[in-house]
Ligand binder design. Sequence first.
Ligand SMILES: *[C@@H]1O[C@H](CO)[C@@H](O)[C@H](O)[C@H]1NC(C)=O
Ligand SMILES: *[C@@H]1O[C@H](CO)[C@@H](O)[C@H](O)[C@H]1NC(C)=O
Ligand SMILES: *[C@@H]1O[C@H](CO)[C@@H](O)[C@H](O)[C@H]1NC(C)=O
Length: 205
Amino acid sequence: MPSIWKLATGLQLLTAMYAAVGAATTTNCCSAHLESAISIENDGKVLGLSANLVTGDQTFGQSVPDFCNVTVTYTHSNWNDTVHITAEDSWAQSLLSGLASNYSTGMTDTGHSLADQESASWAYKPDGELNLDLLEEYAYVALGDLPAVGKQLSNRYYGHGPQYSFWDGCSTGGRQGIQMAQKYPTAYNGIYAGSPAINFPEITM
Ligand SMILES: *[C@@H]1O[C@H](CO)[C@@H](O)[C@H](O)[C@H]1NC(C)=O
Ligand SMILES: *[C@@H]1O[C@H](CO)[C@@H](O)[C@H](O)[C@H]1NC(C)=O
Ligand SMILES: *[C@@H]1O[C@H](CO)[C@@H](O)[C@H](O)[C@H]1NC(C)=O
């Protein structure tokens, strides 16, 4: 049996950055307005979208501009999955660095709780079989959804998409950067794939 436990613990900060294109406004930072812009491949369906304007004077440990904090929750027919794409959360130190440089930023949990890395339960079906849909979602499917949804949101919010988009990730985020260069070569203008956790059979030994 593959060492899914180690695979799950490999989850690391994953971030995408989209070029800065304007200041946050309350008018556009509205869930109904943003949700109507989103379409997700592979029969994806938005389950919910939350949006709130956050003022940068809150304590984030660094100076950030005001921003629209958007979280998109979605699923796919027949996959029994729930994925969250967010612009801000407790994992988001490097999202905040992006914000501080006036980028729109985003990250995905690829369908798995970032708070529960020790449990591999997500990788199995209730009957104990490997859940290949969710493994593929973790491996690459969700990585295509993130830039697609991020750009749709930017487009809706600012009235035009980003000029340039960049990936910045380390460890599993580095593995994801390499995966995206292979599978989604047009999603980003540049990819920083730090310490990529690749060659899984070796690193999980
Ligand atoms: C951003 O939105 C998420 C999801 O609604 C929420 O959990 C989080 O507290 C929000 N962050 C801020 C700074 O408002
Ligand atoms: C769907 O996933 C949930 C856990 O996320 C699990 O409790 C449930 O049994 C799964 N349903 C099916 C049909 O696999
Ligand atoms: C971000 O944008 C604001 C407003 O236009 C500007 O004052 C600030 O210098 C910019 N910050 C960076 C790091 O470019």
